[in-house]
Write a protein that binds this ligand. Structure first.
Ligand code: NAP
Length: 240
């Protein structure tokens, strides 16, 4: 029996758990931070932080984990660094399931920035009616911006994170038609988002392209080191 820990919180991690769980001789443990709810997954699901890299190392030993697949979001750099450290400390093999970046097309009008702070500093000269999809935890980084109206998309309803903003709630995947309608309905003139990649949230990028809208795109942090694959099938094959 191979016991594999999947560090999750993404659609790819959930797909991996489902695909790995049906393999004979594979036991799946999925770990979630738990901030976006807990999906229905096969195998064991544990929720909440480990208490740093040392806590993760302890968990790997106590739970007798044989392999780790880091299928976290490309912007979840801390848990990925902890996984790198804890796997090195225990000698447990680790694989990164990395989401491909969105391809840049000739019609795309992207400005790439390194941080949320840099994106906020570019406003309002880049746009006055901004569609902001950076995740609830990052919206506060735009609080000091003046002269901009924000349409903020969140996973669930919560008190407005920015004064005077309009909130829409929704969970990926989103369709191109729905994204086009949203951008048009609110007369958006700039999309601000992370370069998350992946199919589930790509429709807004396609919709912005179709409308000729500029996009302020926050670059990914450096990827974790080590072996990486970009598909669920390849990650399942790696388990052995
Ligand atoms: P992060 O900054 O890398 O991690 C912060 C802390 O949250 C970690 O130190 C760890 O706490 C805990 N944590 C994160 N992922 C965990 C997991 N899968 N299982 C157990 N603990 C976890 O992560 P984040 O950017 O806040 O993202 C949190 C989760 O949301 C991740 O699982 C990620 O895949 C998902 N997510 C993130 C984004 C994004 O834009 N960042 C978008 C969509 C989904 P301890 O140190 O106590 O272990």
């Amino acid at each position: 029996m191979v016991r594999v820990l999947i560090l999750g919180g993404t659609a790819e991690a959930a797909a991996l758990a489902r695909a790995a769980a049906v393999r004979k001789g594979v036991e799946v443990v999925t770990s979630l931070a738990g901030r976006a709810g807990v999906p229905d997954l096969p195998g064991r699901v544990r929720v909440g932080g480990f208490g740093g890299a040392a806590g993760l190392e302890r968990f790997l030993r106590d739970a007798a984990i044989d392999r780790v697949i880091d299928a976290t979001h490309p912007f979840a750099a801390r848990i990925s660094a902890h996984a790198e450290w804890a796997c090195a400390a225990t000698g447990i093999p680790r694989l990164v399931l990395a989401r491909p970046e969105w391809p840049r097309m000739v019609d795309d009008c992207w400005t790439l920035v390194d941080t949320i702070a840099e994106a906020a500093a570019r406003l309002p000269e880049c746009g006055r009616r901004v569609f902001l999809t950076v995740g609830a935890g990052e919206v506060a980084g735009f609080a000091a911006v003046r002269g901009v109206w924000f349409l903020v998309r969140l996973l669930k309803d919560q008190p407005p994170p920015l004064a005077g903003c309009h909130i829409v709630t929704g969970r990926p995947p989103f369709s191109i038609a729905a994204e086009l309608a949203l951008l048009r309905r609110h007369a958006i003139d700039l999309l601000v988002t992370k370069a998350s990649g992946g199919a589930a949230t790509q429709a807004k990028i396609v919709a912005a392209r179709e409308l000729g809208l500029p996009v302020l795109l926050i670059r990914r942090p450096p990827p974790p080191s080590g072996d990486a694959v970009d598909s669920v099938a390849a990650a399942v094959a790696w388990i052995g």
